[in-house]
Design a protein around this ligand. Structure first.
Ligand SMILES: [Fe+2]
Length: 465
């Protein structure tokens, strides 16, 4: 078996490249909002349409009510004017009829009534005596008719005035004049027709104006919505610029404050996470400081392989953490075994072989590092099933674990250990090639050689030191 897995590795406390590259939240952090888009919500009436439609209904309704109120007022006004006019005509008729009544000059009634009837709006006019007998009527057929119940009231659509004629305290007759209400209806109709076009035009323009004005205000809400979506996607740089003092402006400022607080909280979480990883790495280093830089190199080369395999961002993060902490279980291995100068006894070897499981148990309470713990548990499984602790083989072994096994072995062989000098890179690569298919995944070995030929491996080793 190629070495590199049995001794304590040194761990670099500050994992700069890890944090700088990712700027990430701890693995397992889930975006509660998820990828959302307007289309995913199905078709709905937007706020703009709802407001526009609401105003489009309300605006004509209010305009119609105003229109009806105007016509009602005009009807009232014209009726009042009609009453005044018919009263005036009846009073004139009564005054003009006084002398003929006093003189009982029947021949003069006709001209008096006819003069009143010349007004085209007068429907009828007549004079009665003190016994309500019609002395003269604009309708000649009714002359001589006796009104048994007195002067009747006006019919429908008629404005009537009946003025008693009193001479020296004696009721001698009644002057009656009636006007038709048709002219009022005609005036109102012409008013309605005259108002209809400007009112319709005004309503239409009002609806269009409301639609566009609503759009201006709703646009601000839409900007806020876009900002919330961006925040939900993890963009902590998003801010809403709205300095107005209305509800949307206040909401925008509250949103900005909330994002600022979230950003601060996130930085704190990331800082805590870095400190946790650093503490774990430091604990491994404290166990055996001989292989300083090993975990960091394993982490970075593993990431290079993961990127070449086009793993997604979360997989890369988990791979990197597992690579950095792959030997964290050595914390729990008995003192004197880890870092021992010289070969391990069979008992000591068995104790050392327990470190992958111990490492997994250490990370087990951290739910966000569950997968990382799994990868650590299997980082000593061999491709042919001869590894430990579970004897997994081939693709039963998590990909991250296979990557870590290969890189861990490479780095261990190329660094000086307590019991031997570092091997040359050529010899190391030869040993890795020999382990292809038995200890190592052939495809990963191929990728590793590719990265080596491109100088990626050497660059990382030089950078970490
Ligand atoms: Fe290990």
């Amino acid at each position: 078996m190629i070495e590199g897995n049995g001794l304590a590795d040194n761990t670099v406390i500050e994992k700069k490249h890890l944090m700088d590259r990712t700027g990430f939240m701890p693995p397992g952090t889930v975006n509660r909002f998820g990828p959302t888009s307007p289309m995913s919500e199905g078709f709905v009436f937007s706020l703009r349409w709802k407001m526009a439609l609401s105003f489009s209904v309300l605006f004509p309704l209010v305009a119609s009510l105003l229109f009806l109120a105007l016509l009602r007022y005009q009807w009232f006004f014209l009726s009042q004017e009609g009453n005044k006019r018919v009263q005036s005509l009846a009073v004139n008729l009564a005054v003009n009829a006084r002398n003929p009544l006093l003189a009982q000059d029947d021949l003069r009634f006709g001209p008096i009534i006819e003069s009143v009837s010349l007004d085209r709006e007068v429907v009828y006019a007549y004079l009665t005596d003190h016994q309500d007998k019609i002395l003269y009527h604009s309708d000649p057929g009714r002359i001589g008719e006796v009104l048994a119940d007195g002067v009747p009231g006006p019919g429908k659509g008629i404005i009537q005035a009946a003025i008693p004629i009193v001479i020296e305290g004696v009721h001698v007759g009644t002057a009656v004049v009636a006007l038709g209400a048709d002219h009022i209806r005609e005036v109102m109709m012409s008013t309605a027709i005259g108002l209809l076009f400007p009112l319709s035009l005004g309503t239409a323009l009002g609806v269009v104006g409301i639609f566009f004005l609503t759009g201006i205000h709703v646009k601000r809400v839409e900007r806020l919505e876009e900002a919330v979506r961006a925040l939900g996607s993890g963009d902590m740089t998003v801010r809403v610029s709205d300095n107005s003092h209305d509800e949307v402006g206040r909401l925008s400022r509250h949103f900005n404050e909330m994002v600022e607080q979230l950003h601060t909280a996130r930085r704190q979480i990331e800082r805590n996470f870095k400190e946790t990883i650093s503490a774990l790495a430091a604990a491994v280093e404290a166990k055996d400081a001989y292989t300083r830089g090993h975990c960091d190199r394993v982490g970075r080369i593993s990431v290079a392989i993961g990127e070449r395999l086009h793993l997604d961002e979360s997989q890369i993060k988990e791979l990197e953490l597992a690579a950095i902490l792959h030997d964290v279980g050595k914390i729990g291995v008995e003192e004197g075994v880890v870092g021992k100068i010289g070969p391990l006894t069979a008992v000591e070897t068995d104790k050392m072989k327990g470190h992958p499981e111990i490492g997994a148990r250490i990370l087990n309470p951290l739910s966000s590092l569950h997968k990382v713990g799994l990868y650590i548990r299997h980082h000593h499984e061999h491709f042919d099933g001869s590894g430990y602790p579970d004897g997994l083989k081939g693709e039963e072994i998590p990909l991250a674990s296979r990557i870590i096994l290969l890189v861990d072995a490479f780095d261990a062989m190329t660094t000086t250990r307590p019991y031997r000098e570092a091997l040359s890179k050529t010899e190391t690569l030869e040993r890795i090639s020999k382990g292809t298919g038995t200890q190592f995944d052939p495809h990963l070995v191929e990728l590793f050689h590719e990265l080596d030929r491109e100088g990626v491996v050497e660059a990382i080793c030089r950078e970490v030191g």
